[in-house]
Ligand binder design. Structure first.
Ligand code: HC0
Ligand code: SF4
Length: 575
């Protein structure tokens, strides 16, 4: 280790630390903007492009960027000199001189890192004026909007897209004042192989990359007397929404969530978890079918739309490995417009299904025509956790003061297995709970498969089904997924089943979740809460969900093999 002094405070830190790391250790705050360090998720952006973290180093004539300057033994650093403070403010002023100042009507208003920094550094005037860039707004995709005018060239999105997701969509084009970040030839997003994972959106400090906002569409449906509006909430919403109302990261707010949706005016309030239980009924049967009838192995879970798009674009020769199951929220939409509509005597054409998702790609998924049945969509509108937060605020709902309420029935019952869908490893654990009992014919006493849990990007484990070993691979983050798929393609790894989630952490780290502002503790707290909710559930295996069992008996027939089950709940992939 080395010894450094920051603002008169001496600290001993590891040799590989930067001044910024050492300052954190010393309890000294240095403002940053382009810097990003999600250590556990391996997402680190160290471009030192914004020059906001400038500090004084003794015996050095020039200021140094703290985020990119390594410590040296005996280094004496000051962060609080007039020169350093002024330099930091100047950096922000320069950024603002080429930035639209329409904060009041910006999608990131009060959630923008540039805006908070301007306040923190006491910027009251912009001393530099000059030419401003004016670019075309890219609204070509169903999921992501790119507004280059608001880009500050921090390159965080490039790190997320290229290093973590290995999608290579976003990179710097042109030079100097004309530099922009975008797809090759600055093509519209829709013409690229963007997966819409939304990780670029999750790390963008401004509104240069945002989700397509669908809140107005939801309001319109809610106020249309001819529409019957059904809402469903993804597993990962309940452990994140509270953050938008000042609650601790990972706060479990399932009951308040259901209550808040009723206050907004939804006619029926349901849980995607029900759809997740149905998915396990189908997926576990499909796995057993493949295992017993010499089918294609490994079977890959198919609930994450960003990775479905990734495999279609990048591994077209492998589109026979995903399960044919539609994702849980699409299954739910289909069930709502068939089984539920029939049961309630509602015309499915009057029904609007809204999904609240932690995900940006779900917006594009819901628009995929091959998932629609009988001329109407299964899911009509998808909004993110953040958009729901905005709607609740707009409606003046005091979220944290709401009393808990339950979901509606008959599609509101769910199990612990479905709750953990929201974290990496959860879908495959849920599938194993059911496959174990169906394959062995015995009761599974210990439902928690700890070997499948964790935050490592690539994991493998074996599940022992009474002498029959099931080899499992798990990846989250598309770069890890790429490695897993390549190893399978090259015959380096042999698995029976694999789970892939595009976003680091799984849906809890989705591109539509409340911003984590570079703190990976937030994602870990959400993961702990999902496991906690699972633990507290009376029923923890999908095939024991009584409402799911009843629906199969009354309507769908046998899981996977039943005619209606197959028609409504499965899909095909096109390379
Ligand atoms: Fe997920 Fe899902 S678990 S993808 O991560 O499978 O978005 O939360 O809703 O559909 O259930 C996201 C989360 C879902 C789906 C479920 C799956
Ligand atoms: Fe890259 Fe995902 Fe952003 Fe598309 S949505 S540009 S794949 S990070």
């Amino acid at each position: 280790s080395v010894s450094v002094t920051i603002n008169d405070k001496k600290v001993k830190v590891p040799r590989e630390y930067t001044i910024l790391n050492a300052a954190i250790e010393a309890g000294v705050k240095i403002p940053t903007l382009c810097h990003l360090d999600l250590h556990d998720l391996k997402m680190v952006n160290r471009t030192a492009s914004c020059r906001v973290c400038m500090v004084e180093v003794a015996d050095s004539p020039r200021l140094a960027p703290a985020c990119a300057t390594p410590v040296k033994d005996g280094m004496i650093i000051r962060t609080d000199t007039y020169r350093a403070i002024k330099a930091r403010r100047t950096s922000v002023e320069l950024l603002l001189s080429n930035h639209p100042t329409d904060c009041l009507i910006c999608q990131r208003n009060l959630k923008c890192e540039l805006q908070s920094l301007a306040k923190e550094l006491n910027v009251r005037e912009i001393h530099y004026s000059g030419k401003r860039n004016k670019y075309h707004l890219d609204t070509s995709s169903q999921a992501v909007i790119k507004n280059q005018d608001k880009c500050i060239l921090c390159r965080r999105c490039e790190t997320a897209c290229n290093e973590i997701q290995t999608c290579g969509i976003l990179s710097a084009l042109n030079r100097g004042f004309d530099t922009v970040v975008g797809p090759a030839f600055n093509l519209p997003m829709v013409e690229t192989s963007c997966t819409y994972c939304g990780q670029c959106v999750a790390v963008c400090p401004t509104a240069a990359l945002t989700e397509v906002n669908h809140t107005r569409k939801v309001w319109k449906a809610l106020h249309d007397p001819d529409k019957y509006v059904v809402v469903q909430t993804a597993p990962a919403i309940r452990v994140a929404l509270g953050e938008l109302f000042g609650m601790e990261a990972g706060s479990l707010v399932t009951g308040k969530l259901a209550a808040s949706l009723r206050r907004l005016g939804f006619d029926q309030v349901y849980d995607t978890d029900f759809g997740a239980d149905v998915t396990i009924m189908e997926e576990a049967k499909e796995l057993i079918d493949r295992l017993e009838n010499g089918g294609r192995l490994p079977m890959l879970t198919s609930c994450c739309p960003a990775w479905v798009s990734f495999i279609e674009h990048q591994f077209p020769d492998m589109v026979d490995i995903p399960s044919s199951c539609k994702s849980p929220h699409i299954m739910f939409g289909t069930i709502a417009k068939t089984y539920l509509a029939e049961k309630m005597g509602i015309d499915p054409k009057k029904m609007v299904v809204v999904s609240i998702m932690p995900c940006v790609a779900k917006k594009a998924e819901a628009a995929r025509t091959e998932l629609s049945i009988d001329d109407h969509d299964n899911v009509d509108i998808v909004i993110t956790t953040r958009e729901l937060g905005d709607m609740l605020k707009e409606a003046g709902i005091d979220f944290d003061k709401l009393a808990d309420e339950d979901y509606d029935h008959p599609l509101g019952e769910s199990t612990g297995a479905s709750v953990i869908f929201g974290t990496t490893g959860g879908v495959i654990e849920a599938a194993m709970r059911t496959a174990y009992e169906w394959i062995t014919g015995e009761e599974l006493e210990q439902v928690e498969f700890h070997q499948l849990r964790g935050m490592d990007g690539l994991r493998e484990a074996t599940v022992d089904l009474k002498g029959r070993e099931i080899k499992i691979g798990i990846a989250h983050g598309l770069g890890n997924a790429r490695q897993l798929l390549e190893d399978i393609r090259n015959g380096k790894s042999e698995y029976h089943a694999i789970e892939i989630m595009a976003c680091p952490g799984g849906c809890i780290g989705g591109g539509g979740q409340p911003y984590h502002y570079g703190n990976d503790e937030v994602v870990k707290a959400r993961q702990r809460s999902l496991y906690k909710e699972d633990q507290g559930k009376k029923i923890r295996k999908s095939h024991e969900n009584p409402e799911v069992i009843k629906m199969y008996e009354e309507y769908l027939g046998e899981p996977f093999y039943g005619e209606l089950a197959h028609k409504l709940l499965h899909t095909k992939y096109t390379p």
